[in-house]
Design a protein around this ligand. Structure first.
Ligand code: C2E
Ligand code: CA
Ligand code: CA
Ligand code: CA
Length: 278
């Protein structure tokens, strides 16, 4: 037994310590990040075919910590685990709606703002009243807000999802399914919930020109969305070939590095808003 004990030390590797150490450090820094004003949002524009001005933006969270900008993949999972995402998510929504209101006042009168929602937020009983309150406080029109959820979120909240999505719908808030096609329940989702928009996952978009079967799936999604009266946004569009394929097949809203990177509000203004004010 003793030998087994010392043997098990062989499995200890320094990077284990480093990894859990980083996790720990990030975890405690995350707790203070909101109060320390370290979060900010970037906005990625979405364009309709041929248009110069975006029809919408997706708000994406960033964390400025120790002089480094950290992307959500590195801190959202931990924020969810620790429940911090509830408070952070409210900050995201309030900040995005405040910015959206500003853009509306500057002349972007029908710019839509999409905000990502995590599964953990979905479990909060206060989610719907929180959204209602933020819309009221910021004066941002519900119809210009779109909440992005994933299929797995609806799956893990199968009991509450119909009520929550129904309430949002009643409020006039749009609902988008993010990463569409990558989950287990894509089609069930469409039958069950009041979905306004499907976001075609970037893994599909990246297969354009490479995998005819994925191209066929995209065409089927476009046809289905058309029949159901659901809007489409293709995400992760990086090449002209991808864009042309999508526009040619009838997916008419494009998001991706090709047409616009996630940007700060002032960058967005410099690109699109100049000349809008009287
Ligand atoms: P997502 O919602 O699928 O967001 C799209 C991601 O693709 C973003 O990564 C965006 O920067 C990136 N992207 C945009 N255009 C392109 C492109 O042309 N090519 C490629 N390869 N990527 C592109 P980001 O900003 O790092 O966000 C990652 C994920 O973090 C998001 O995936 C979303 O699930 C989550 N997230 C971001 N902001 C929030 C938030 O405020 N709340 C919650 N709960 N999750 C968020
Ligand atoms: Ca999203
Ligand atoms: Ca997505
Ligand atoms: Ca994603």
């Amino acid at each position: 037994a003793k030998e087994l004990g010392s043997n098990s030390m062989l499995f200890y590797r320094p990077e284990m310590h480093t990894r859990s150490g980083e996790r720990f450090a990030i975890g405690s820094a995350l707790k203070n990040a909101l109060g320390a004003n370290e979060f900010f949002l970037v906005y990625q524009p979405q364009f309709r075919a041929g248009a110069q001005r975006p029809v919408g933006v997706e708000a994406l969270l960033r964390w400025r910590h120790n002089g480094e900008v950290i992307t959500p993949d590195r801190f959202i999972p931990l924020s969810e685990e620790k429940g911090l995402i509830v408070e952070v998510g409210e900050w995201v929504l309030r900040t995005a709606c405040t910015q959206g209101r500003l853009w509306h006042e500057q002349g972007f009168s029908d710019l839509r703002v999409a905000v990502n929602l995590s599964a953990r937020q979905f479990r909060e009983r206060t989610l719907v009243p929180m959204i209602y309150e933020v819309l009221e406080e910021t004066g941002f029109p519900p119809a210009a807000l779109e909440i992005e959820i994933t299929e797995s979120l609806t799956l893990s909240n199968a009991n509450s999802a119909p009520n929550i999505l129904g309430a949002l719908k009643e409020m006039g808030v749009g609902i988008a399914i993010d990463d569409f096609g990558t989950g287990y329940s894509s089609l069930a989702c469409l039958g069950r919930y009041p979905i306004d928009t499907l976001k075609i996952d970037l893994s599909f978009v990246q297969a354009i020109g490479r995998d005819p079967r994925v191209e066929a799936i995209i065409c089927a999604i476009v046809a289905m969305a058309g029949t159901l009266g659901i809007a489409l946004v293709a995400e992760g569009v990086e090449t002209e070939a991808q864009r042309d394929f999508l526009l040619g097949r009838g997916c008419d809203v494009i998001q991706g590095y090709l047409v616009g990177k996630p940007m700060l509000p002032q960058e967005f203004d410099a690109h699109f808003a100049s000349g809008l004010l009287p």
